[in-house]
Design a protein. Structure first.
Length: 402
């Protein structure tokens, strides 16, 4: 492990900047980070590297943060490991949790979810594991393939569990037990929804609380579904099919009854409007060329931003109408988050880029290559207390952005 510490800078940033208390998948599942005072332009030779850790093993999962600790997973010799770091990059603990995915694009997939002193993850093999955050001891563990009559998918289960009150919500993808809610403290089944009987589709579920019927929304192999979070009753479904039954992008909810769902492999995006208090949906618009494969999208104001798959450009789309405002290929496509008036784009070729948020053009401000790490540039970056956390395979990096 090689590290360069700038501890006084990091600690100053930690006390000076407001932050989300817990960082889960894409921050709070929206990709929007609420910190302010972040750099509007990066140094010409790239961001200052605060520290890096070389030794995670294989994987694509992102960092999760809670109570001043960073949690991330990696695979070594076919086994999955959960790592805990402090904010200065010191390894505090490491725990093996079982077999991980080693058949193609090897390594860990879903990001850890932290809640109330516990950590939850789903392995590529379908093991759901609950850990005590303090010492990484296992509280409970079960396999959603075996326990719920499901089968694994082509590239291994890839999902970040969703916590709503006492429920831990995951997607086995079984014919009978398609989406389930487990007791987060014991793993006991609370409810099960058959959905449409599809396989799981690499999608992490989203909680939509502001309807008459608060609900969980996710994408399974051939459908987008909405499920009553209290009872597990299916409220609605909408057919959404692509060539490989792959829908890894979490839906984007605008707080205006509208859900933007996007997929690659020839499908594109559809905007749905929740109706009748969340009991149904209707199509608002669709756009085949907005075909993000695994980079997700962010909504800022009246616009959504992201990048395509077959259509290899970055785009801005009018949230209400689906009108394409711009498309640009000045940067290879990749994943996207947003914070403090800027887009943070991490390309699948290893570029980190800072882009000003405007519907007028892809306003690229700064860019530099990530040279550390291994394999694919797929993990989504994380913003926390003035630092940008970037995972590239074997390596976790922390860059100064305040």
């Amino acid at each position: 492990m090689n590290k360069t510490f700038f501890l006084s800078v990091l600690l100053t940033a930690a006390t000076a900047l407001p932050a989300q208390d817990i960082i889960q998948w894409r921050g709070d599942r929206t990709g929007i980070y609420r910190e302010t005072g972040l750099l509007k332009q990066w140094p010409g030779d790239g961001l200052q590297l605060l520290w890096h850790f070389d030794g995670l093993g294989e994987g694509h999962s992102s960092a999760a943060i809670a109570d001043g600790r960073i949690y991330i997973t990696g695979m070594t010799d076919g086994k999955g490991f959960l790592y805990a770091f402090d904010l200065a990059g010191k390894l505090l603990n490491k725990r093996e949790y079982g077999d991980e995915w080693s058949e193609s694009y090897n390594g860990t997939r879903g990001t850890v979810t932290a809640d109330d002193g516990k950590l939850y993850l789903i392995s590529g093999m379908g093991d759901v594991v609950c850990f005590n955050a303090a010492d990484l001891s296992v509280v409970w563990k079960k396999n959603i393939m075996r326990d719920f009559g499901a089968e694994n998918i082509q590239w291994g289960i890839c999902e970040s569990p969703l916590v709503v009150d006492e429920k831990l919500i995951v997607t086995p993808g079984g014919k009978e037990h398609n989406l389930v809610a487990l007791n987060k403290n014991t793993g006991a089944l609370i409810w099960s929804c058959p959905g449409e009987g599809d396989l799981s589709a690499y999608c992490s579920p989203l909680y939509v609380p502001d309807q008459q019927v608060p609900q969980v929304v996710t994408m399974t192999a051939k459908h987008i579904i909405g499920v009553d979070v209290a009872t597990g009753r299916k409220l609605w479904s909408y057919e959404h099919i692509n060539r490989h039954d792959v829908h890894p992008n979490i839906p984007v909810y605008g707080g205006d009854n509208q859900l933007l769902c996007t997929s690659g492999y020839g499908k594109g995006s559809v905007m749905l409007r929740l109706t009748n208090g969340g009991r149904g949906v209707e199509k608002v618009w669709e756009a085949a060329q907005l075909d993000s494969r695994l980079g997700a999208m962010v909504k800022v104001g009246d616009y959504a931003y992201g990048s395509g798959d077959a259509n290899r450009f970055w785009f801005c789309v009018d949230w209400k109408t689906g009108e394409l405002k711009y498309k640009a290929n000045t940067l290879p496509v990749g994943n996207i988050i947003a914070g403090d008036g800027m887009l943070y784009c991490y390309s699948d070729r290893g570029d980190l880029a800072l882009v000003r948020i405007t519907p007028e053009k892809f306003d690229l401000v700064s860019r530099f290559p990530v040279t550390l790490g291994t394999d694919q540039h797929w993990a989504h970056p994380v913003i926390y207390q003035g630092a940008l956390y970037v995972r590239h395979g074997n390596t976790l990096m922390a860059y100064k952005i305040s």
